[in-house]
Ligand binder design. Structure first.
Ligand code: TYM
Length: 331
């Protein structure tokens, strides 16, 4: 039987946080065993806000090395850089004509980014979800493992796929978002009602995947907790609940187990335990990432093989799309 197809990506727009790890990469690890997985460095998406070209290039490679260091196996998955597969931009253009401006204006992330980058509300920022739809649909994806903040974009990819199929005949598989119940939204350590983000202004909001042990312990020590002293997961305790979710993700335990472990303990001890768990987990990943990054030949080989595999799959879908919409492709 043919394996189902999984697609996901991260933007190399900053240093990934443990939110990116918990909400996405961690969930890819088990999927790579049973599915045909495509994991990309979404660098085309990363230029929708102002960026430094040299840094973008470096972050792209760092992200690739991080995927592998986290356990993504390039022999099992297709690991590639989005800009190396031109079909993404080509399909995006085609899908643009089936997408309404009003739909894009309603996207939560667009509204947030337009607010935060009021002097640079460019077409790319608005078109971002269509490019993401193109990423997903190019590979005839079944499942898209993402964090909660990306579900609206997967939803629009589904709408666009259905719209295209209705207009031109069956062409795209209609994908589904795969969102874990726990860890789908890791929040800022300073403001637990806000998402932890790689592009946040205050570095104390986030634990970056490259933070060293002291930094990690310090950030957790300063993390905002809630009134009261009980260590339980509840809506009234967003700070404690967030720390518990982080702890569970790195420990691989359930919420009930974590609550039991910290029952009767104080916030200080709890935050230290979370910090140590995260630092212990990240330290080998960081060493492995550095090792992979220094082996340029290996990493270059992985990415060129990945781009080749992705290109073949993408070309097949795009050629079908072009035929359906009536683009001349030679005799
Ligand atoms: P990006 O780079 O913002 O985030 C990458 C992945 O991490 C998840 N995530 C989180 N999960 C839990 N808690 C958080 N605080 C947190 N922050 C981020 C995101 O949900 C995402 O899964 N547009 C996408 C990248 C992309 C993509 C795609 C994803 C481009 N094409 C096709 C899936 C399919 C983005 O900017 O993600």
């Amino acid at each position: 039987m043919e394996k189902k197809i999984v697609y996901s990506a991260i933007q190399p727009s900053g240093i990934p946080t443990i939110g990116n790890y918990i909400g996405s990469v961690r969930n890819w690890l088990s999927l790579q065993e049973d599915y045909d997985c495509f994991f990309a460095m979404a660098n085309l998406h990363a230029i929708t806000v102002r960026h430094d070209p040299a840094l973008l290039r470096r972050r792209t490679l760092e992200l690739a090395a991080l995927y592998i260091a986290c356990g993504i196996d390039p022999e099992k998955c297709t690991l590639y850089v989005q800009s190396q597969v031109p079909q993404h931009a080509e399909l995006c253009w085609t899908l643009n004509s089936l997408t309404y401006v009003g739909e894009m204006e309603r996207m939560t992330q667009f509204k947030d980014k337009a607010r935060n980058h009021a002097d640079n509300i460019n077409m790319g920022l608005m078109d971002y979800p269509v490019l993401m739809a193109a990423d997903i649909l190019l590979y005839q994806t079944d499942l898209v493992p993402v964090g909660q903040d990306q579900t609206q974009h997967v939803e629009i990819a589904r709408d666009i796929a259905i719209r295209f199929n209705n207009r031109y005949g069956e062409t795209f598989r209609v994908p589904e978002a795969l969102v874990r119940k726990q860890g789908a939204k890791i929040c800022s350590l300073q403001d637990p009602l806000k998402k932890m983000s790689k592009s946040g202004e205050n570095p104390n909001d986030s634990i970056f995947m490259t933070d060293d042990r002291d930094t990690i312990l310090r950030k957790f020590k300063r993390a905002v907790t809630d009134s009261g002293s009980e260590i339980v997961c509840s809506e009234e305790k967003p700070g404690v609940s967030n720390l518990l979710a982080i702890y569970c993700a790195f420990r691989g335990c359930s919420m009930a187990e974590a609550e039991r472990e910290f029952s009767g303990k104080g916030y200080g001890e709890f935050k230290l335990a979370v910090g140590e768990t995260v630092a212990d987990a990240l330290s080998p990943v960081q060493a492995e990432q550095a090792r992979i990054l220094s082996d340029k030949e290996y990493l270059g080989g992985v990415l060129s093989r990945g781009a080749e595999r992705a290109f073949k799959a993408a070309r097949k879908t795009l050629s079908k799309v072009y035929r359906k919409v009536g683009f001349y492709q030679g005799e």
